[in-house]
Design a protein around this ligand. Structure first.
Ligand code: CTP
Length: 397
């Protein structure tokens, strides 16, 4: 319920992506928002107001002269309580009218008369998106402080492929939630490792750690929401990349180390969340090992992997380094020992109680100011609190 208490006015303009706006209303409502839908006349040709009324639980407006509004000022009335005005889909024509300050229907009048932030999710054919007039309009809108979310690149309803496709409803929801987060890391660059590493023995077997990657991905999302430019170096996990984050997929610890060392320069923060395998097989056997009946079990010689966090912390001008310590006992003692041995300012302790991969977690932050327990919460909540602490430590540096 990340949008609990928020009033969102959703503007829908005429485009085939209007069908995705129906799903968006459902997601917004499910997340706790109160949603007021306003449609252009063209939008009602694609999806009827009845659909939006049923999903939002509120009457839908499309006419500037709607007699249901007592003072006949629908454009003022509907947007005054709004925390944000979101237009999805925003057609090329709508963006053009907006860029020129036109107010010739209910939605454009409302947008012009608003006193809250405006987000637009463009949706159009790729050629319309690339047209110099659209580029010009987008630049004007950005300059006016309008937040443009998307579009994505891909298959289009017209049969072509390219940029201009509206973001999926889940992605627009994530962008809206991000919009409401404080920009504690604006202008900062954050590098994160997440997930397990997999150290191959032969083509079908390997050594790995249990890690869902959820905590690292939540931190990547929280850092991006806080305004940072985020690169996520991820071991093999089954998670979608958080919106706006650059993901580098790796498999082994050596690949993870190479990806990190290649990109670490210029970062303000390095957060090592990955459960890196401490050891890897000394050699990779190119053919699948066959079991030989009657002979003894094969032994695998292991060699130690490099400590990625330790290496980054030892750089001449390291970013602010944050480590994780997952322990099944003596959390404070082991976490502090790790913090000192790796020479890092902040370590996040995690007492392993209920196994891995859950949606909730309990964490304790250890830094020069002592311990700060974070009560049980969802991983994204914890990630946002951690980002808050990182911002404080950056400030102190
Ligand atoms: N780490 C790393 N590279 C490694 C191993 C760990 O970057 N090769 C990072 C992890 O991402 C995490 C922290 O270091 O932030 C964990 O420290 P470590 O001492 O390696 O933890 P464990 O492997 O759990 O150590 P131990 O077995 O001693 O408890």
């Amino acid at each position: 319920m990340e949008l609990a208490g928020k009033n969102i006015v959703l503007g829908v303009t005429g485009g085939i992506a209007a069908y995705k706006a129906a799903e968006l209303v459902r997601l917004l409502v499910k997340d706790g928002a109160t949603v007021q839908v306003a449609m252009t006349e063209a939008a009602t040709r694609f999806v009827t107001p009845v659909t939006f009324q049923a999903l939002s639980g509120k009457p839908v407006f499309s006419d500037q002269w709607d007699p249901r509004v007592a003072n006949n000022m629908a454009h003022i009335d509907l947007s005054r309580q709004a925390d944000a005005l979101l237009v999805a889909p925003a057609s090329a024509d709508f963006l053009a009218r907006l860029a020129n300050g036109l107010a010739d229907d209910l939605l454009t009048t409302m947008v012009l008369a608003r006193d809250c932030p405006l987000l637009v999710a463009p949706a159009m054919n790729r050629q319309m998106w690339e047209n110099p007039a659209t580029r010009r309009n987008l630049a004007t809108l950005r300059g006016d402080g309008v937040f443009v979310v998307g579009p994505a690149c891909g298959d289009q309803a017209c049969g072509e492929t390219g940029p201009g496709r509206m973001l999926e409803a889940e992605e627009i929801l994530a962008e809206l939630i991000a919009h409401f987060q404080p920009k504690l890391l604006a202008g900062k660059r954050v590098l994160i490792t997440a997930g397990p590493t997999f150290e191959a023995i032969d083509p079908v077997r390997g050594v790995t750690n249990l890690s869902s990657g959820k905590m690292g991905y939540a931190i990547a999302r929280a850092a991006r929401e806080a305004g940072a430019e985020v690169v996520l170096v991820s071991g093999p996990v089954c998670l979608p990349c958080p919106s706006g984050v650059t993901r580098i997929a790796v498999t082994s610890a050596l690949q993870m180390r190479a990806a990190v060392l290649q990109r670490v320069a210029g970062n303000d923060v390095f957060v090592a969340v990955a459960a890196v395998a401490d050891y890897r097989p000394a050699e990779f056997i190119a053919r699948k090992i066959k079991k030989a009946a009657g002979s003894s079990a094969p032994s695998i010689e292991l060699v130690e992997n490099p400590d990625i966090l330790g290496e980054v912390a030892a750089l001449p001008a390291p970013p602010l380094c944050v480590g994780f310590a997952a322990e099944s006992e003596k959390l404070a003692e082991y976490a502090e020992r790790k913090r000192r041995s790796k020479n890092i300012p902040l370590i996040v302790g995690n007492l392993i109680q209920d196994g891995f991969g859950g949606e909730q977690n309990t964490l304790i932050l250890f830094d020069d100011d002592g311990q700060q327990p974070l009560p049980p919460a969802s991983k994204i909540d914890l990630a946002r609190q951690l980002v808050g602490r990182i911002a404080v430590l950056l400030e102190k540096r």
